[in-house]
Design a binder for this molecule. Structure first.
Ligand code: ADP
Ligand code: MG
Length: 617
């Protein structure tokens, strides 16, 4: 029988390898930026068109390449960064595989211009689908410019697989930010479709973080520092009161390389134990330096996961140094009238008494110890919050009874509400009674037996239909804010909000001004409180992680779902009888009362026969 095995031609092998290295435009961005950093550039420009699908260009002022190297760099396993296997254990560069350029050149139109400082002339190379089209000497500035056009032009399946522009751009920005945050001493700029998205002068870690994530970031950060024999830690963590709904501002860097580590994340979260409500995500920017021989970078092909020799020690040191910082810098929210206090109260906690100061971390670092003694201070702060939080029910449950164990000092409306309640009380007793159990279910007798309703899902359904109706008829009522609310967002988040502006305005939002890093809001939907606005928008942004739906119908649907999820009463919240009753009535006035917007059952019924059966056993 004849033999059938053949060596694959290089361009085919490269195309296959490209599958691993290049998943999307953002992968190209990462490889090119890292090459520029490895080439010791001090200034790096990233130019992107159509979220990188049409063009990714990186221009650096680094070392450049010789004529021979300029050609060789496109070969597979061609690298200047390691020479022997041992070098893998003392890596000081980002790259070392020598695969990236060969892979990229196999699946795109590539143009490279490069010149070394000491040379008169540089080199201009064009290569398409692994084939050299031309190589010519050229007059060039020092450094390298690398353009990658029409990514995946020869692999239509991969091209079709790419997500919407918004999603791809977000990935590109993520990669850009990771490299930029790791190297504050290099200046970076980024342009997308001709407009400047980032302009980051060389600076220090703190300033770089602030430049990447808007001016407001500075006051949110607490420094973390630790030196031990096995590692050094530098960086910043966010004060708990600025915690977010999503994990967009969580970064680990090990030896200047962005990494992901569930284990280290856990160590950080552990340090915040008791300081954050469920689901809240603190910001952190942690820079670790460890001896290169104590980590194994090789564990993951795209190198965002690494393995440490002594993970346990790392965990413990990281956790305790963050705890220490949070304690030392007294993270208790101060009464600061310039700051938006609404950002502080996690919504799950709004209808509860402000009991969080009793939460204890390590005694010696307890940031609350002092405040607890100073009753007047913490007292006024919690009363203030409480007064605000009570508004959250007003819209849906006008005329409801507030939990009278709470002191209401600030809100005049509440007094009126309490007054009107007394008249209704008698009437209430004659009605169908409802009961709340476990602060989770509402039970109500009906003719055939009883209904057991999940309070959170039921409220989601009610809000969802309300939002959807308002959005489709374009006549949501809006409540005018006394003072416009300025909310800060990242570039990409701002873009999303701008894109959704119309739909959001249909829910009742009024956007007064769009700035580059923030938005001024002068009106909010009727069933929202000021304190919930930032949470609602953040949740929405994180719900749109996979892109904005194309049709306006499904856009509205997504927004309505997200807002319903954010604003619905949660499990664990006490509801007064009136609130319970309103919820029951509102749910059964819905078009589709049986399921939540997420298709989960909102209630079940138990017929008397069912109950009888239980007793018959
Ligand atoms: P790796 O980075 O893993 O070595 P690459 O395929 O990314 O592999 O790059 C191959 C080689 O090309 C690098 O080792 C480096 O010598 C050279 N090179 C790539 N980009 C640049 C650049 N921007 N400036 C100077 N040299 C570069
Ligand atoms: Mg490289």
């Amino acid at each position: 029988m004849s033999s059938i095995i053949q060596l694959l031609p290089d361009h085919v092998a490269n195309q296959i390898a490209a599958g691993e290295v290049v998943q999307r435009p953002a992968s190209v961005v990462k490889e090119l930026l890292e090459n520029a950093v490895d080439a010791k550039a001090t200034d790096i420009k990233l130019i992107v068109k159509d979220a990188g699908k049409a063009l990714v260009q990186v221009i650096d002022n680094g070392l450049g390449m010789s004529v021979t190297d300029a050609r060789l760099c496109f070969e597979r396993h061609a690298t200047s960064k390691i020479r022997q296997a041992e070098d893998l254990f003392s890596l000081h560069t980002k790259g070392f595989r020598g695969e990236a350029l060969a892979s990229i050149a196999a699946i795109a139109h590539v143009e490279m211009k490069t010149k070394q400082d000491q040379e008169e002339l540089g080199n201009h190379i064009i290569i398409e689908g692994s084939k050299f089209v031309s190589q010519e000497p050229a007059v060039l500035p020092k450094g390298t410019s690398f353009s990658v056009k029409n990514l995946f032009y020869n692999i239509p399946a991969r091209r079709n697989f790419l997500k919407s522009e918004t999603v791809e751009l977000r990935h590109v920005i993520d990669e850009f930010q990771r490299v930029a945050l790791a190297h504050p001493n290099i200046s970076f700029t980024m342009y997308h479709n001709g407009s400047e998205m980032f302009n980051l002068p060389n600076s220090n870690f703190r300033q770089r973080i602030v430049n990447v994530f808007s001016g407001k970031t500075n006051e949110k950060l607490v420094p973390v520092q630790e030196e031990t024999d096995i590692l050094s830690i530098q960086g910043f963590v966010g004060k708990p009161e600025f915690a977010k709904k999503n994990r967009g501002e969580q970064f680990f860097f090990v030896n200047d390389r962005y990494i992901k580590s569930g284990y280290l994340h856990h160590a950080v979260m552990n340090a915040y134990d008791g300081l954050l409500p469920n689901g809240a995500q603190p910001s952190y920017f942690i820079y670790l330096q460890v001896p290169p021989n104590t980590i194994d970078i090789n564990i993951h092909p795209t190198k965002t996961e690494i393995k440490f020799d002594d993970e346990n020690a790392l965990y413990a040191i990281l956790r305790s140094s963050i705890k220490h910082s949070l304690g030392q810098f007294n993270v208790v929210p101060a009464l600061d009238f310039d700051r938006d206090p609404n950002l502080d109260t996690p919504y799950e906690y709004q209808n509860k008494t402000a009991d969080y100061p009793t939460v204890q971390v390590d005694r010696s670092y307890n940031p609350f110890a002092e405040e607890k003694q100073d009753k007047s201070f913490s007292g006024s702060s919690s009363t203030y919050k409480k007064a605000e939080s009570t508004q959250s029910w007003e819209s849906l449950y006008v005329g409801l009874k507030q939990d009278t164990s709470e002191v209401e000092t600030f809100s005049f409306e509440n007094e009126e509400i309490t007054a009107s309640l007394f008249d209704e009380k008698e009437e209430e007793q004659t009605k169908n009674r409802t009961y709340q159990i476990h602060k989770k279910y509402i039970i109500s007798p009906i003719k055939s037996g009883m209904v057991i309703m999940d309070q959170s899902r039921a409220h989601q359904r009610v809000l969802y239909e309300q939002f959807l109706t308002n959005m489709t008829v374009h006549q949501a009522s809006s409540q005018q804010l006394l003072f416009s609310l300025q909310l800060f967002f990242s570039n990409n988040e701002m873009k999303l909000i701008a894109e959704l502006q119309q739909s959001l305005e249909n829910t009742g939002f009024v956007f007064e001004t769009f700035y580059s890093d923030s938005v001024l809001i002068s009106g909010i939907p009727i069933n929202t409180t000021e304190s919930e606005v930032s949470m609602v928008l953040e949740q929405l942004i994180s719900d749109l992680e996979d892109g904005i739906p194309d049709s306006s119908f499904s856009q509205n649907d997504t927004i309505a779902k997200s807002m319903a999820k954010s604003l619905a009463v949660k499990t664990g919240i006490y509801l007064t009888e009136k609130e319970q009753e309103n919820l029951v009535n509102n749910l059964f006035a819905c078009k589709e009362p049986n399921v939540s917007p997420f298709q989960k059952p909102t209630f079940i019924t138990m017929r008397v026969e069912d109950i009888d059966k239980k007793f018959a056993l």
